[in-house]
Design a protein around this ligand. Structure first.
Ligand code: ZN
Length: 506
């Protein structure tokens, strides 16, 4: 007899409340218990897998495909947690479908590259009022992990069901660069689209001479050139009191850098986002580019999009200083705050959220971000949850960690082609002479963090003689330590929220 069969007996004899009370003794996820159409649904914890169990005859059993077993006269269907069953789940339980969050409040992008982090992310945001975007993946991350947008969303939907999280979550097609990819994400049901405009930002203007700029400006159409009259010598007063104005040179520079980006965003908005017929959180990202976004450039982009009828939900500028992957902010905090106040004022003026990309571990700037946005902000993280998963590996299997660490060192140059970091490998202690108990501490060491951070795709996908070198062993380990992973995430992501000034609301 499987342990959960006893749970079904309790449910039949004493009802849902009694079953919930005693659920944690029956090898199931206690919060996954849901009653619907006369059936009890829950997720089982079996040695090598999880399955959705539907107990009690009724329409819910038809909804899912799986194998039937009889427990104490009750038919139980055991359904694999695959894509088809997940679509059925989303079709019936509205809370397992992603939703748009609009322009207010604090939201967090909680990228989960492994499909394992959402339970910990949910535990972290629960009761704080922070809206979680549990599915968040860029094309680059999909390539590097070998997953699809369906996989990423399914993992999030199953997680909210498993954790009984009914407060709503988002799904972000992150850093998408073209209409086809955006359409694909929307068709799957993603509730947020982050448009990556970096290919439409003219970086050749950034360091252009006066003469070169004049040549470029002279090539504009009459319509484009006419925009200048609206800006040069005009004072724009923000609600915050800040005044934005442009000298002729500042305007020309900003306009030449961003005019294509503005047209491109307008085009995507009109042809894909607007026509999709449901609420979508539309984020515009100009962060992955050669130079920081000056406040007046941000203003020009925001005003032009507004004028052209593009409803922006959030916008990600590139802030001054460096937002490198998986480590704290690098740069002058006073300078950062001075500019950030203006960026926040511009976002407030046009009524959208400021979005902070590469938000993992930017502890020294979080208080500034929280303060000046008044909690109307979106912060994206992803890599840090992967690093916490590796902390769990270092704790439980020092041998495996050392092997992976060595592999990462050997493949670092390869990973550098994809991610820009300033890691100094010489500063990382030699794992082969370190004590086992000191290995998890490497995840508090910036250079080791970046080493492991940028090599995740290679680590997860490497094969030896046609078989995964590490992937299977890692997933086995994480499955066995899921409670611990949840706890380290609560601690680490929780620290992000504390520094941002998020308060517990219940
Ligand atoms: Zn970004």
């Amino acid at each position: 007899m499987k342990p959960w069969q006893e749970l079904v007996r309790v449910w039949k004899a004493e009802g849902l409340a009694a079953a919930k009370d005693r659920a944690d003794t029956f090898s199931v996820y206690p919060k996954s218990l849901h009653e619907a159409e006369g059936s009890l649904l829950f997720i089982t914890k079996e040695p090598q897998q999880r399955r959705l169990a539907v107990a009690g005859a009724g329409p819910m059993q038809q909804l899912f495909h799986g194998v039937k077993e009889t427990a104490d006269d009750t038919v139980v269907k055991l359904a694999d947690m695959d894509h088809e069953n997940c679509q059925a789940l989303r079709g019936y339980f509205g809370f397992t479908k992603p939703r748009a969050f609009g322009r207010q409040g604090t939201s967090m992008g909680l990228g989960d590259r492994l499909g394992l982090a959402s339970p910990g992310h949910i535990a972290t945001v629960q009761g704080t009022g922070v809206r979680p975007v549990l599915a968040q993946q860029s094309m680059r991350e999909l390539d590097l992990t070998g997953r699809t947008y369906d996989d990423v969303l399914d993992a999030a939907s199953w997680a909210v069901f498993q954790e009984g999280y009914h407060e709503g979550f988002g799904a972000d097609g992150d850093h998408l660069k073209n209409a086809a990819d955006i359409q694909m994400a929307l068709d799957i049901g993603y509730s947020m689209i982050t448009l990556d405009c970096s290919d439409h930002i003219d970086n050749t203007v950034v360091d252009a001479s006066e003469e070169e700029m004049e040549v470029k400006f002279a090539q504009l159409t009459a319509e484009e050139a006419a925009v200048a009259e609206q800006y040069i010598g005009v004072d724009f007063q923000l609600q915050s009191g800040t005044v934005i104005n442009f000298t002729e040179r500042q305007f020309k520079r900003a306009f030449l850098i961003y005019k294509e980006m503005i047209s491109f965003t307008k085009h995507i908005y009109d042809t894909v986002i607007g026509p999709c017929g449901r609420d979508v959180d539309f984020e515009v990202s100009i962060d992955e580019t050669a130079s920081p976004t000056l406040p007046e450039e941000h203003f020009l982009v925001a005003r032009e999009l507004h004028q052209r009828g593009v409803a922006v939900n959030s916008l990600a500028p590139r802030f001054c200083g460096e937002f490198q992957k998986g480590i704290d902010y690098i740069g002058d905090l006073t300078e950062f705050e001075k500019e950030f106040v203006i960026h926040a004022g511009i976002a407030e003026h046009f009524g959208y959220k400021l979005s902070i990309h590469s938000g993992s571990d930017k502890f020294s700037v979080f208080p500034i971000i929280g303060k000046h946005t008044n909690g109307r902000v979106h912060v994206k993280t992803a890599g840090t949850s992967w690093l916490e998963a590796m902390r769990v590996v270092a704790e439980h299997d020092p041998g495996l960690y050392r092997e992976i660490h060595q592999f990462a060192l050997d493949h670092f140059a390869e990973a550098l082609k994809i991610y820009k970091v300033t890691t100094d490998l010489d500063k990382i202690p030699d794992v082969w002479s370190m004590k086992d108990q000191d290995l998890p501490g490497l995840m508090d060491h910036n250079d080791a963090r970046q080493l492991i951070h940028i090599t995740y795709g290679l680590i997860l996908q490497d094969r030896t003689n046609g078989r995964y070198t590490f992937n299977d062993r890692l997933y086995d380990l994480w499955q066995q330590s899921e409670e611990e992973y949840k706890q380290v995430l609560q601690k680490h992501i929780g620290r992000h929220m504390q520094e941002l000034g998020v308060e517990e609301t219940n």
